[in-house]
Design a protein around this ligand. Structure first.
Ligand code: XMP
Length: 323
């Protein structure tokens, strides 16, 4: 019968058999899937696994610390953190176009991750032969069921590595649905904030700032987003909504009055949605008191924000994210 205990036991045995005495690398994104996959592999092979976390500086408040501290404390995993904030912000300088932002973030991410992989191989030798991925059952079905290997092009020339590194994939979540992955993560003792995390896009807050991305704007959006998340959690609404992007309209200003005078600040958009699979979505009918609390707190606590607006568009026609 299906129990999380059985799944863990079975996967641990399979991973040990597959990896043997070789070594594996796993990229952590801060999301549920990569965290649970890493925790399972860690349980199976311990220090033969090295995790890599690329901090692109576009995460929400506290998320990087969650990976660096809480995830490591819960699993004992060996973690390499790459602080690449400067690099990403430099690459994003002057860019406002959403597709351009996505392209830059994706490209930089791959470069930084490959560099980290090459360094691990330089340190640990050629027995690094496996790459862990948090592929879920729906991803397997969608992509036609293929599995196998990943080719990593190494254009960094670290320590005389071969031009093309071929990794075998370890995919311990291939038979699981999202809710089952969360249950396995819980059973493995992962932090609640990671196990119950709602979807968050790879490009992070970079695509939730309409306009150019910079550190100041990111900090502002992080503060507003943290308030919205805090109040939604306090109201017990996390399970009712699919996700709630908080968006900064950085190129828009409007007039307000705060304290003793006139302000000319930026609007923050709340985008709470209900959905089954993110293909379609409806705007969530959140209680007015919760919206009021979020609005009051954001305008009081976040400098330069003098207006909070609610997005009442379904998908279609609107996408969930603004960019
Ligand atoms: P949209 O905005 O297309 O979003 O309605 C649908 C879902 O996908 C998430 N999303 C992304 N996830 N990389 C990701 O990993 C991305 O580039 C990306 N863009 C959107 C979004 O948060 C929503 O859950």
């Amino acid at each position: 019968s299906w129990t999380t205990g059985n799944v863990i036991e079975e996967q641990v045995a399979l991973i040990r058999e597959q990896v043997g005495d070789k070594r594996a690398i796993c990229g952590l994104s801060g999301g549920v899937d990569s965290a649970v996959a890493a925790a399972l592999v860690q349980k199976a092979i311990g220090t033969q696994l090295t995790c890599v976390y690329v901090d692109h500086g576009l995460m929400r408040k506290g998320e990087t610390e969650q990976v660096e501290k809480d995830f490591v404390a819960a699993t004992g995993v060996q973690l390499k953190v790459v602080d690449a904030e400067e690099r990403f912000l430099t690459a994003l300088k002057g860019v406002s176009d959403p597709e351009e932002k996505r392209k830059i973030i994706g490209r930089e991410f791959i470069r930084v991750f490959e560099q980290a992989q090459a360094e691990i191989i330089a340190d640990e030798g050629p027995e690094v032969a496996f790459l862990v991925q948090g592929t879920l059952y729906p991803d397997v079905v969608e992509s036609g069921g293929g599995t196998g290997t990943a080719n990593i092009k190494s254009h960094h020339n670290v320590g005389g590595l071969p031009e093309d590194l071929e990794f075998q994939l370890v995919e311990p979540l291939r038979q699981l649905f999202k809710d089952e992955v969360r249950m396995v993560g819980q059973e493995l003792g992962l932090p609640e904030e990671i196990v119950q995390r709602q979807p968050f896009p790879g490009p992070g807050l970079g695509i939730r700032i309409v306009g150019e991305v910079n550190k100041e704007r990111l900090d502002l959006l992080r503060d507003a987003d943290a308030i919205a998340r805090e109040e939604l959690t306090a109201a017990g609404l996390d399970r009712d909504i699919w996700q709630c992007p908080v968006v900064l309209l950085a190129d828009v200003r409007s007039v307000g009055v705060q304290g003793d005078g006139r302000t000319y600040g930026h609007p923050i958009v709340l985008r709470p949605v209900s959905s089954e699979d993110a293909m379609t979505a409806d705007w969530s009918r959140l209680p007015y008191e919760v919206l009021a609390k979020i609005s009051t707190r954001i305008t009081n606590e976040v400098a330069d924000v003098n207006r909070v607006v609610l997005d009442v568009t379904s998908k279609p026609p609107g996408t969930i994210e603004w960019e």
